[in-house]
Each structure stands twice: as C-alpha cells, then as structure tokens.
Design a protein around this ligand. Structure first.
Ligand SMILES: [Zn+2]
Ligand SMILES: [Zn+2]
Length: 184
C-alpha cells in the first residue's frame, strides 16, 4: 500500500487522511500457516512533522488461525491501531541516522520518491496483534490426547478406558500439560 505524500511534504504541519487497503501474504507462525482472507482496511492520517512524517493508522481485518487446542481453522477478527514514523531517504544516499530512535517507541521507517509504503509497518503491527495461543473459543475442549477425537463434537468414549485408570481431575491436569507441544 503506497501513499503519495508529495502534497504534504513541503509544508510542516500539514497532513492528509487516506483510506488503507492492505493485502498480506500468508505467514508461518509457530509451525502453522496464518492466512488473511481479505485485505485489511482502515484509514491513515499522515502528518508532516518537519524532519519526518508521522502516520497514525487504524486497520480492521481477520486472520485464519489454527486453534492450539483442537487444531481446527477459524477466523479471528483483528483490529489494530498504531503509529509509525517515516524519514526521507535521498535517492542513492546511505540510510539516514535517526538520532532519537532509541527514545522513540515508534517504528521508524524510510521513504523516498515522495511515496510512503505502509505494507511493512502494517504487517508488523498486525502480526504483533495475533494471539500467542490461538483458541477457536475459550470453551474449546481440544482433542482427546489418547484417540485424537475432537471433544467439541462430543465425548470420544475412550475416557475412563480399562487400560488406564487416572483420577479424572489429574487427567485434566495431565491433558493441560500435554497440550502445548502435543504436535511437535
Ligand atoms: Zn479449538
Ligand atoms: Zn479418546
């Protein structure tokens, strides 16, 4: 998503508001592919701060995630808002030194040819907003650790089986401990 900033570049304090539509390629996260069904849409406000441009953006979209308990794919709505700064890079010049970069909590990126490319900062912020442990529902029962049946569809029948008798409360605990790396 490229935004032409020629119209605000020469006047400090000027700004523009523009619609965003950002299409993301699928990414691999924690061994599972994360897809993005439709483009993320929203708005960006871009300010000319003199030595840099400040972008304030809001995006809405969705990710196709794999539930960490039952391994089903589900759609996870996402809404992110973030700020980013862009410093102009003269054509052919080295990367400019951004002196107060460490003091700033914003991402600093570079732009040239009067065009700001929002895709990378948007992707970074969207990936940060993804849950560490995706769950299709907070009530997801997960898979039976013994037979692999999706327990959201009903009991599997092997619980309390004859070959192993475990206190049901301990079994729950054991299953919780097993779950995170059950597939690796
Ligand atoms: Zn699930
Ligand atoms: Zn089972």
């Amino acid at each position: 998503m490229r935004i032409d900033v020629a119209d605000i570049k020469h006047e400090v304090g000027s700004y523009k508001v523009t619609d965003l539509a950002i299409t993301l390629e699928p990414v691999e996260l924690g061994g599972a592919e994360v897809g993005f069904g439709r483009p993320f849409t929203g708005t960006a406000k871009i300010w000319n701060l003199g030595d840099r441009l400040l972008v304030q953006a809001e995006l809405q979209g969705e990710a196709r995630l794999t539930c960490s308990r039952c391994l089903c794919e589900y759609t996870h709505p996402l809404s992110v808002s973030f700020e980013a700064e862009f410093v102009e890079r003269e054509p052919g010049a080295d990367e400019p030194v951004v002196e107060d970069e460490e003091e700033s909590d914003k991402d600093v990126s570079f732009y040239s040819d009067d065009v700001v490319d929002m895709t990378e900062v948007a992707r970074d912020n969207i990936l940060l907003a993804l849950p560490m442990k995706p769950l299709c529902s907070e009530f997801c029962k997960g898979l039976c650790p013994r037979c692999g049946k999706d327990l959201n569809e009903g009991p599997c029948g092997c619980d309390g089986g004859v070959e192993e008798s475990v206190d049901p409360r301990l079994a729950v605990l054991r299953d919780l401990l097993r779950k995170p790396d059950a597939n690796s």
